[in-house]
Design a protein around this ligand. Structure first.
Ligand SMILES: Nc1nc2c(c(=O)[nH]1)N[C@H]1C(S)=C(S)[C@@H](COP(=O)(O)OP(=O)(O)OC[C@H]3O[C@@H](n4cnc5c(=O)[nH]c(N)nc54)[C@H](O)[C@@H]3O)O[C@H]1N2
Ligand SMILES: Nc1nc2c(c(=O)[nH]1)N[C@H]1C(S)=C(S)[C@@H](COP(=O)(O)OP(=O)(O)OC[C@H]3O[C@@H](n4cnc5c(=O)[nH]c(N)nc54)[C@H](O)[C@@H]3O)O[C@H]1N2
Ligand SMILES: [Mo]
Length: 579
């Protein structure tokens, strides 16, 4: 949303290769070492070549440990930091005046908006010293080239779009976009998030990010598909959930997601799903969501058995080939969707992946010059590739450096807002959630094998906080938020700061983290604030065999048998009624 608002397309502007020769890499809310190891490899190559790496993260992550400087920022305060950096850069005249005049608009208003954002003011909010802010501002502005990379520490907040705009403003200010070695780089979560967007899996866009509100675009697709294209955008997930709540949506078809465990405030999500007339789930595993479904479509063909393409974070469309044949009569997602359409009376042919790709080429300029043959020979191509002779595009928005810039990039002044939920006497800790290297999202795909590091969920808590609460390393404690509660073993760790605790959401069958998280969403992007929920921690007293009250100290994971029957642990009963 942020990138589209400023540049007209929602994609990272630079290439992995830009990390190799940039002077400065600023990572904000991104644990690249654990969540994007391939990209991290490119970043470390840059560091090896002399790039300065600065990491802004509330936790001392593996990524932060590799940085020249780690700024341990308070959760949800990134706009305060970005505005203060801009304040210093403008105050000291270090911004790229030529670029700002030529390629941007709204500078005066933006400069006025950061006027009050002194490093002192930001320091009080972020917990980062004013000196560190001054110094970072100077180093970022004076670096000949610089890339800002970010992920969920920025985008999983109730003011996610503002968070992103604050970072874009900084890059515009210093001319750090649209040229080699400089750029704005959101790392895509899954292997094909970018590809999903490219295909038009967004409520207000058609394939190639073409705008649904443009009559010419609708006309084009309407002719190609032989059906009228509705003018009004569809619903994003937040809107759908609202519609279910109000009885305006009665059926849901879920493909390749496990929302009952991955959505924030999962007790509420479960309640919504139970109220549906029809829930259809299409997955390669029988997930907790599938267990609730009226109908399950087994998509038994996995990535390793499929043909197609993936688009990665640098817009590179890459050919994937089936490495093995799918078992028995297993069918892939494309076949299932097409067959369903046929049952519904539409005359869809059962197509091969390449035919779908060729249709994409026909209807979108970004893909026009790509063929399966080229993708294979040239190790993927970066869109836009407007015609067959085109080599692909490494750097987006080079037009901003032209003599006469036709479409200027606007500054968007943004104000800091605290997380939706503040700590209070009753809920004195801020819980932030995220990932660990050896596990994947809700664990459906990563918990099926046994791994020596598979110790289950634990909560990271600073030793100082643990001492204050009288909690020992390995002890199982209760965690309570306004939405739910659960029990989890703790690990004392200085990777978090006092007052902040960290959990993953990788083991929902045992520890259902999303019972705690808050479903406050950004009204524009629809993303929930997974990164900030106020919680209270309580010792769990148990009665021992001889009648004593002791704390329940367990160093191993909570076993499934211990938690079965407690709905709060997320072992979900099947649906009561499916009428
Ligand atoms: N191993 C592994 N890799 C994965 C995944 C996985 O499950 N496992 N999932 C994939 C997916 S879907 C995604 S979207 C990506 C996500 O990739 P990342 O976004 O890198 O992963 P997270 O751990 O969710 O969060 C990143 C960091 O944000 C920090 N953070 C939290 N709150 C704030 C804040 O307010 N400000 C700042 N500056 N930082 C904050 C956290 O401490 C954390 O280190 O990973 C992908 N890669
Ligand atoms: N607390 C907390 N919650 C979070 C987050 C967080 O940081 N903290 N992060 C959020 C983010 S960024 C994300 S992306 C979501 C992820 O949430 P989900 O996408 O719901 O989680 P996954 O476990 O990745 O589920 C993917 C499903 O797709 C299935 N699948 C895999 N391949 C195929 C296939 O080829 N075809 C079909 N049909 N199915 C397939 C898998 O079996 C699995 O069930 O979680 C969100 N939830
Ligand atoms: Mo994600």
């Amino acid at each position: 949303m942020g990138l589209t608002a400023v540049f007209g397309s929602g994609a990272g502007t630079s290439s992995y290769e830009d990390f190799h020769h940039t002077a400065f890499i600023l990572l904000v809310g991104a644990n690249v070492a654990e969540a994007h190891p391939i990209i991290f490899h490119h970043i470390m190559k840059g560091v090896h070549n002399g790039a300065e790496l600065v990491v802004v993260d509330p936790r001392k992550t593996l990524t932060a440990q590799k940085a020249r400087e780690h700024l341990q920022i308070a959760v949800g305060s990134d706009i305060a930091l970005a505005n203060a950096l801009a304040h210093v850069i403008i105050r000291d005249g270090l911004y790229h005046k030529d670029f700002v005049n030529r390629a941007t608009e709204g500078f005066e208003e933006y400069a006025a908006s950061v006027k009050t954002w002194t490093p002192q003011r930001a320091s009080a909010i972020t917990g980062i010293s004013a000196e560190q802010i001054e110094s970072l501002a100077h180093r970022y502005a004076q670096a000949p080239t610089a890339i800002i990379g970010w992920t969920l520490g920025i985008t999983e907040h109730h003011n996610a779009v503002d968070n992103v705009l604050a970072l874009i403003n900084l890059a515009l200010l210093c001319g750090n976009v649209g040229r080699p070695g400089s750029g704005l780089s959101p790392f895509r979560g899954q292997n094909n998030v970018q590809g999903g967007g490219d295909m038009g899996a967004l409520p207000n866009r058609l394939p190639g990010f073409q705008d649904l509100s443009d009559p010419a675009v609708r006309e084009k697709f309407s002719r190609a598909w032989g059906v009228p294209i509705a003018e009004q955008p569809g619903w994003d997930q937040t809107r759908m959930f609202e519609a279910i709540e109000h009885g305006r949506m009665r059926g849901l078809y879920v493909i390749g997601e496990n929302p009952i465990q991955s959505e924030a405030n999962s007790e509420y999500v479960r309640h919504l799903f139970e109220s549906l007339n029809a829930l259809v789930v299409q997955d390669i595993f029988l997930t907790a969501t599938a267990e609730m479904a009226d109908v399950v479509f087994p998509a038994r063909v996995s990535f390793a058995e499929s043909e197609g393409t993936y688009t990665n974070s640098e817009r590179r469309v890459q050919r994937v080939k089936a490495a093995r044949r799918a078992p028995g009569q297993a069918q892939d997602d494309l076949w299932i969707v097409a067959s369903l359409a046929r049952k519904m009376g539409h005359n869809w042919r059962l197509q091969e992946a390449e035919e779908v790709f060729d249709e994409m080429r026909l209807l979108t300029t970004n893909y026009r010059g790509m063929t399966y043959d080229r993708l294979e020979k040239e190790h993927g191509l970066q869109w836009p590739v407007p015609e067959e002779g085109h080599p692909g595009t490494k750097v987006l928005h080079e037009r901003l450096w032209a003599e006469n810039v036709s479409q200027k990039a606007p500054f968007n002044p943004v104000e800091w807002m605290p997380p939706a939920e503040q700590v209070s006497k009753e809920y004195p800790f801020l819980l932030t959630t995220g990932r660990r290297l050896a596990f994947y999202n809700t664990g459906v795909q990563s918990n099926v094998y046994h791994h020596p590091h598979n110790t289950g969920e634990w909560m990271e808590i600073h030793p100082q906080d643990a001492q204050m609460l009288g909690i020992e390393d390995g002890e199982v404690i209760a965690v309570v938020s306004r939405r739910g509660q659960l029990e989890v073993p703790v690990r004392l760790s200085e990777t978090v700061m006092p007052g902040t605790v960290f959990m993953t959401f990788h083991f929902p069958d045992e520890v259902m983290t999303n019972l705690l998280t808050i479903d406050a969403t950004d009204p524009r992007s629809g993303t929930a604030e997974f990164k900030a929920a106020a919680v209270r921690l309580e010792r769990v007293a148990v009665v021992t065999a001889d009648g004593d009250l002791t704390s329940n100290a367990l160093s191993s994971r909570i076993r499934k048998e211990d938690t079965d029957g407690h709905s709060k642990f997320g072992s979900l009963p099947s649906r009561v009624s499916s009428s």
